[in-house]
Structures are given as structure tokens and as C-alpha cells.
Design a protein around this ligand. Structure first.
Ligand code: CMP
Length: 142
């Protein structure tokens, strides 16, 4: 099933110059970028994006981190894009991530974990609409 998912390359990975390697791994997995943008999240934008986590003890620190530098948001498209990208990212905690996954390769810890990917079709639709309009998405012919 063809799906779309939202990816964020987080401030730690952008600052470390890892965007190129992450993009390469994404395209090598067969997924295609159909929209991309670099931006520095405001506090309000980061709080809104992670609203579901607002009661968690790590929420304040997460918002602080996500606003600490530029991020690259993109929409990835392909067969089963949501689970495919989650597999490529690896576990949230890099200590638990499989060898070769993006978080094993690039994450610093459970918070500064290099990348974000949507966890369900419902959330993918919400997260994509948070950053992109339908007109921003291109047709990569897949
Ligand atoms: P992400 O997949 O973007 O979803 C929520 C984010 O919160 C997660 O990646 C981490 O960056 C962060 N996070 C999740 N669990 C913890 C935790 N236990 N401690 C600190 N940060 C966390």
C-alpha cells in the first residue's frame, strides 16, 4: 500500500552534518522525498507538534531541544512508508536500536535521537498537514 509519512531530521543530526547521510539512507530504502523544508521551530510550533506528549516529564526538555537549531522536515512516500521508515530509524532509544538503523548510527541519546517519523497513518496525515500544504507535495512517479 502506498503511504506517506512525515520525517524530521532533528537539531542534533543537522548540527552534526548528518542530513546528507540520512537522506541517502532514506532514498536507498526505496522511499522517495516528495516535499522538504528546513526551518527553526518556534517554541509554540514544537509544543504544538508534540502536544500528545505534553504531560510527559520529558516534554519541556524535548521542546527545548527541538527549538535549539534548524530541523529538516520532509514527506516520504512509498510502499508501506510508515513502517518502512520506522524500521529504518530504529528504536527511540539508540541503545535499543538495531545495527545500521539511523538512530544507532546518529542518535546521541533517547531525546537527541536524530530523527522523527510518524507512528500511524492517522498521525502521518496530521503531522504532514502541520508543515505542508497539498500543493507542496510533488509527484515522484511511484
Ligand atoms: P520522537 O519519535 O520524535 O517522539 C517523541 C520524542 O520524545 C522522541 O522521539 C524523543 O526525542 C523524546 N523522548 C521519548 N522518550 C523520551 C524519554 N524517556 N526521555 C527523553 N526524551 C524522550
Amino acid at each position: 500500500m502506498k503511504e506517506q509519512t512525515l520525517s524530521i531530521v532533528k537539531p542534533d543530526a543537522v548540527a552534526d552534518g548528518k542530513f546528507g547521510s540520512i537522506l541517502q539512507a532514506i532514498e536507498d530504502s526505496g522511499l522517495r522525498v516528495v516535499a522538504a523544508r528546513m526551518l527553526q521551530l518556534t517554541r509554540k510550533q514544537a509544543e504544538g507538534f508534540y502536544e500528545v506528549h505534553q504531560e510527559r516529564p520529558f516534554f519541556g526538555s524535548l521542546v527545548e531541544f527541538m527549538t535549539s537549531g534548524p530541523v529538516i522536515v520532509s514527506v516520504l512516500e512509498g510502499e508501506n512508508a510508515i513502517p518502512t521508515y520506522r524500521k529504518l530509524m530504529g528504536a527511540t532509544n539508540p541503545d535499543e536500536a538495531d545495527e545500521g538503523t539511523l538512530r544507532k548510527r546518529f542518535a546521541k541519546d533517547i531525546e537527541k535521537n536524530a530523527v522523527h517519523g510518524s507512528d500511524s497513518a492517522e498521525n502521518a496525515a496530521i503531522e504532514i498537514a502541520y508543515f505542508f500544504r497539498a500543493i507542496d507535495l510533488v509527484d515522484r512517479g511511484i
